[in-house]
Design a binder for this molecule. Sequence first.
Ligand code: NDP
Length: 250
Amino acid sequence: MHMPTHERVVAVTGASRGIGAAIAVELARRGFTVACLTRKGLGVETPVPAGLAGRLLSVQCDVTDEQSLAQAFDRVAREAGGLHALVNNAGIHVESPSNQMSAATFEQVMATNTIAVFSACRLAYPHLLKAGAGMIVNIGSFFDRMGVKRNLAYCASKAAVGAITRCLAVEWASKGIRVIDIAPGYIQTDLNRAVLESGPLHDYLKRRIPGGAPGAAEDVARLIGALLAEDIPFLTGETIYLDGAQGIAH
Ligand code: NDP
């Protein structure tokens, strides 16, 4: 079943700012109806290009709360006429030396980056089934296969996103539901612009990223927009790295 973009409804978690906001705007630009699931319920909090606001629906949702997720999906299906795809973008990043990190901090990172991804997939499932097919895009990270100092919880949480993606892709393929993990490398957003534009991390990345500079939120957004629009039936279960080849560079 291949439906035109303007007939499809996509829910994006953590759409308030950063990569999530860019994904929501790009999907709206392509004609999708986009449900922006955000903690404040104010939708995309960064400027939205003229003419796109009508395709964006603001829905309050804390992804770590299953009841909140279930209510959000029900509302989207009711108000937008169904749910055809989900982008699990909401995530947190906590840095701590591993010997000083509490189990509570580890659990907090897993709750948002991993368990919420599972819960959102599980709770979106009946809606995707009802739609006859569907696609889930999980946002992982190229840290999923790296050893990164002070990033144990984050790396573990994103490796688990790859595993969740593979398991659900296999389990739900017969239902026409496809699951993809997009694993970005360093992406510049408003939040990290200062550290990525100057200082030690800037110098390090200039050496480490083969192209010499981080990616943009729009790079991630355009890849997801293209994947959702093309709707390629045989593509599922994969982790696609979008890191300017940093992860494979010698
Ligand atoms: P930001 O910190 O800029 O944005 C994170 C988003 O997640 C915000 O919209 C935030 O909402 C939302 N969020 C956090 N917790 C919750 C929650 N409990 N419920 C609902 N929403 C929540 O991050 P980025 O845009 O940089 O990252 C987006 C995704 O991309 C994350 O999964 C991240 O791990 C991943 N990623 C980012 C990379 C980068 O270099 N930037 C690299 C690789 C992966 P609120 O406004 O309410 O805080």
